[in-house]
Design a binder for this molecule. Structure first.
Ligand code: UDX
Length: 457
């Protein structure tokens, strides 16, 4: 099929590359010439396992084209995916300017019938606004072209996006229940046929419900994490091991094991943004989202939990203290630093007078960029960040090690070396990577999240 993807950001690029891999003829549009140049030069602008190979393979096969030519992009695809960013506005609501600009461009150039698929995460009612924007442009030029707007939210996890796209656990598609909607449904069915071979994974629904499903999924997952984080903080006080509790409740099939890991807070581009974006929608309809307020408040506090534990141990004034930090990205297998807990921790440590040595397998270039913004008002603090080339290299002369991201490379370090390299053998583990009893046996002072019972001997 002939597909156009508008926006070659994270979601657009993965969607375009994977649809090309399945044999579709894909045209990817982006207005950022630099990004298109990188892609046409054989590179990719983001770190995502497996993506570079798929892009290279399909580009050389001629099934994947990158361009800034709007008219050509609209002419190409019978199905036009809108996968542009929806960054938070000042009140937290999703900023739809890029989505609506994409819709207007389609309206300005389209001929015949087009299926417009909204892939970006957008509030309920956006598909209708996309339709209205197209309609206005068609009227302006007296065109009788026709279209149907479909909602097809993405459920891609960074670091596993190719796998999530190729082996989805569900495909959510919202179509209108009218004649154009029926044509759109048939086209979407054809496009997603390869994913439904063994069993049907598509859930068909109305457009508004599909738009809402994306927010509901992320809000539910964020709620589980904040719930466990709140219990973990209580566990620390009452002498309970939250990991034992996680096993104990996760084995109930009604609860399940996923997304019950307590830690130093969730970050990334989706959970924080989507939890916040539901609020203005609720307000528009006169409702207060009590649970989601709490989810966000708990997470904001949870990002401070490592800093609080460090200060409880070393005092509020950290002048003269030096800390090693393992992991900067908001999660493993990505260089994404959006809403990463490491940013909160570094802010606290540096502002309290400490110096740090940080290590991350891929996020250091991105970290340098975001820290320059985070410390724009105190640029002198940037001098107190040392970027280490190896995890062990970060430890020398540190008063403690803080672990923020659960990269696999951190899971089985040589603990003897950790002990000798650190000035004080103290670990603050924001992702509960290690067994507290083992740490005690090895002579390491260990502070996990919600694991106090085993460390009190
Ligand atoms: C999420 C959704 O999982 C995905 O379906 C959606 O399309 C986009 O948002 P992503 O942001 O890539 O994906 O990361 P995810 O793996 O969900 O983790 C989000 C954050 O939650 C990370 O900071 C992670 O460390 C944290 N997390 C996750 C926990 O603290 N505990 C858990 O149990 C799981």
């Amino acid at each position: 099929m002939k597909i156009t993807i508008i926006g070659t950001g994270y979601v657009g690029l993965v969607t375009g590359a994977c649809l090309a891999e399945l044999g579709n003829d894909v045209f990817c549009l982006d207005l950022d010439q630099q990004k298109i140049d990188i892609l046409n030069g054989g590179g990719i602008p983001i770190h995502e396992p497996g993506l570079e190979e798929i892009v290279a393979r399909n580009r050389s096969a001629g099934r994947l084209v990158f361009s800034t030519d709007i008219a050509a992009s609209v002419a190409h695809g019978d199905v036009q995916f809108i996968a542009v960013g929806t960054p938070p506005d000042e009140d937290g609501s999703a900023d739809l300017q890029y989505v609506l600009a994409a819709a207007r461009n389609i309206g300005k150039h389209m001929q015949g019938f087009k299926v417009i698929v909204v892939k970006s995460t957008v509030p309920v009612g956006t598909a209708e606004r996309v339709g209205a924007a197209i309609e206005t442009e068609l009227k302006l030029r007296g065109s009788n072209a026709t279209y149907s707007v479909v909602s097809n939210p993405e459920f891609l996890k960074e670091g596993a996006a190719v796998e999530d796209f190729m082996r989805p656990d569900r495909i959510v598609i919202g179509c209108d229940d009218n004649s154009f909607g029926n044509i759109a449904r048939a086209q979407m069915k054809k496009l997603y046929t390869p994913f439904n071979r063994n069993h049907e994974r598509t859930f068909w629904m109305d457009v508004r419900s599909a738009e809402f499903t994306k927010y509901a999924a992320n809000a539910m997952l964020a709620t589980r994490i904040s719930f466990m984080n709140e219990l973990a903080n209580l566990a620390d006080r009452v002498g309970v091991d939250i990991e034992a509790v996680r096993h104990g409740i996760g084995s109930d099939p009604r609860i399940g094991h996923s997304f019950l890991y307590a830690g130093c807070g969730y970050g990334g581009s989706c959970f924080p943004k989507d939890v916040q974006a539901l609020e203005p929608t609720a307000q528009d309809y006169g409702q207060d989202l009590l649970i989601l307020h709490a989810v966000e408040a708990v997470n904001t506090k949870q990002k401070q939990v490592l800093g609080a534990k460090i200060m409880a141990r070393f005092g509020d004034d950290l002048s003269g203290k030096h800390f090693a930090v393992w992991g900067l990205a908001f999660k493993p297998n990505t260089d994404d630093m959006r809403a990463a807990s490491s940013r909160v921790l570094l802010g606290e440590l540096l502002r309290a007078g400490a110096t740090v040595s940080v290590y991350d397998p891929v996020a250091i270039p991105e970290a340098k960029r975001v820290f320059a913004l985070d410390f724009a008002e105190n640029p002198e603090l940037l001098e107190n960040i040392n970027y280490a080339a190896t995890p062990m290299g970060a430890l020398d002369q540190a008063d403690a090690l803080a672990i923020v991201t659960e990269w696999k490379a951190f899971r089985s370090p040589n603990f003897e070396q950790v002990k000798t390299r650190l000035k004080q053998a103290v670990i603050f583990d924001g992702r509960n990577l290690f067994e507290p009893a083992l740490m005690t046996d090895l002579g390491l002072e260990y502070h996990g999240i919600g694991r106090s019972i085993l460390t009190r001997s």
